[in-house]
Design a protein around this ligand. Sequence first.
Ligand SMILES: C[S@@+](CC[C@H](N)C(=O)[O-])C[C@H]1O[C@@H](n2cnc3c(N)ncnc32)[C@H](O)[C@@H]1O
Length: 388
Amino acid sequence: MEILSKKVFKKSESFKDFENLKSLSYENTLNKIFQIYEKNQIYLKEKFDHHFMSILNEAINDLKNKRKNSDMFDLKKNTLMEINSFSNDIDIMKYLIHRYRYEIFPQKKIIDKFPPLLQIEPSSICNFRCVFCFETDKTFTNKKNGFMGTMELETFKKIVDQIHGKIEFLTLASRGEPLVSKNFVKMLEYCKGKFLNLKINTNASLLDEKKSHAILSNDVKTVVFSADAANDELYSKLRVNGKLETTLRNIKKFAEIKKKHYSNKKIITRVSGVKFSKDQSFDEMLKLWGSLVDQVAFVDYNPWENSYEKEPNHISKPCSDLWRRMFVWWDGKVNPCDVDYKSTLTVGNFNSLNISEAWNSHAYNKMRDFHLDNKRSSLTPCKSCTVI
Ligand SMILES: C[S@@+](CC[C@H](N)C(=O)[O-])C[C@H]1O[C@@H](n2cnc3c(N)ncnc32)[C@H](O)[C@@H]1O
């Protein structure tokens, strides 16, 4: 199999292919945003503090001057459906503030009190061994080495309590398969009504009716089903231990439950594959999955399955993730990224460090400085990582 690998992995452009199956107008969405913004000026100034209001003003300003500069804030294909999913106008404004923080802060190298996105890992254990994933690294998955486990519900609740109202973008997934966790349903229930943009990633192999109902009834904004192929043979080659038949059956069932019981719910469903080989066809993906979900995508392959063995490269640009997102793993370890899946870069443990302290810690800022000073080569695994 010929592997597709890029010299740099540009996180802000990691969608290789992306298709919204429902047509959405960019111009209409933009006009809706401008109308809400103009109409609610007084209320918005009461609702948001000075910091958030100035971010909103910047975002609107960029949208009004669109396409003048490629680094300006714009509405990407994947955001259109999210924006149109809100029934409350003010939520759209709030969403723009946090989307701006997510997309533009990493470019402008701004940090404020909280990361734009937090990823919490319910489980580092995965039932698959996808060829392109670090779950193939036996030094990682060997139980004796201490990396494998699932998060206690109490730890999860404590994190959510701390970030509720501060962080709006939360993803429940990082290294393992979240549905392996026996607390998964309870975790979703605890998140209900607390986040504007709650996302989960799952390989869907363990998706049953109970979990489908939990996803559909607890304010998940986007559920990403990871699947990389549209035929049995290729699927099994890439998603080792997985079977296309099972994944397809579970996603079909999920779509049925959604249609029957939650037809008014504006949850976004996506099938997303890692574009790893030339053998994968996006047209075939669209044909198979297009009628079952709202979006189909391929993301670029990020060569992270052997982060610690790869030769150093000569990338000098800073990694944007240091300003974009932070991870809390099942055991409370707070980490700056998932390419570092064995946490050599951890800044501490959630048990002794709160989320805001971790994000603004000396250790984190030191890492950022190394990256800004063209010295990512002194950090492992940054020296061999291609993410910018
Ligand atoms: C590591 S997985 C964990 C969550 C879950 N087990 C799943 O399959 O969705 C999170 C996401 O990363 C993607 N992924 C895995 N390996 C990748 C790689 N080498 N490059 C880019 N994305 C990758 C997966 O397809 C999935 O969408």
